[in-house]
Design a protein around this ligand. Structure first.
Ligand SMILES: [Cu+2]
Length: 174
């Protein structure tokens, strides 16, 4: 093999590696969010790919405070429902995870975690409408105004196509 051909083959190999890496990143269906003792999430916006039928979300409390002192959760809802859900959550209390039980406005929610704890949930995207306005927030009393951000589903055409196919309809999330 000539030096030129060897170099061409090596470059082709690099291109294949690059495209394979690109493919694995196209479906962004896993998210990790950190929360700290300063009442902050480490993200102001989160994106998932519309092709995801399920999203796996991990919440990591990187602070030191215990759950009942300065715990955090991660809740997903329509942006328009955040204020009312946060108020209802305070009324529900710590034992209910500061969320009203069985409330359909809650699209997904983790339990409340304290410092050093990690929790992971998986939820279906079946309840996310194309072009919907969603936010994530912490429902711990007094945290919501600081701990919230936008939740965006990117690639809306593929979400519409996904939902039009009955084979892709996931079971309702818990
Ligand atoms: Cu919080």
């Amino acid at each position: 093999m000539s030096a030129a051909r060897a170099r061409a083959a090596w470059q082709l190999g690099l291109a294949l590696v690059a495209s394979a890496a690109g493919t694995s990143h196209a479906g962004n269906c896993q998210l990790t969010v950190e929360a700290n003792d300063m009442m902050q999430f480490n993200a102001r916006a989160l994106q998932v790919d519309a092709g995801c039928t399920e999203v796996q979300l991990t919440l990591r409390h990187v602070g030191k405070q215990e759950a009942h002192v300065l715990g955090h959760d991660w809740v997903l809802a329509r942006t328009a429902d955040v204020g009312a859900l946060a108020s209802a959550g305070i009324a529900a209390g710590f034992d209910k995870g500061y969320l009203p039980t069985g409330d359909k406005r809650v699209i997904a929610a983790t339990k409340i975690v304290g410092g050093g704890e990690v929790t992971t949930i998986t939820f279906s995207t079946a309840n996310l409408a194309a072009g919907g306005d969603y936010s994530f927030f912490c429902s711990y009393p007094g945290h919501t105004s600081m701990m919230r951000g936008r939740f965006q589903v990117t690639g809306k055409e593929s979400l519409a196509a996904n939902r039009a196919n009955p084979a892709n309809q996931a079971a309702p999330s818990r």
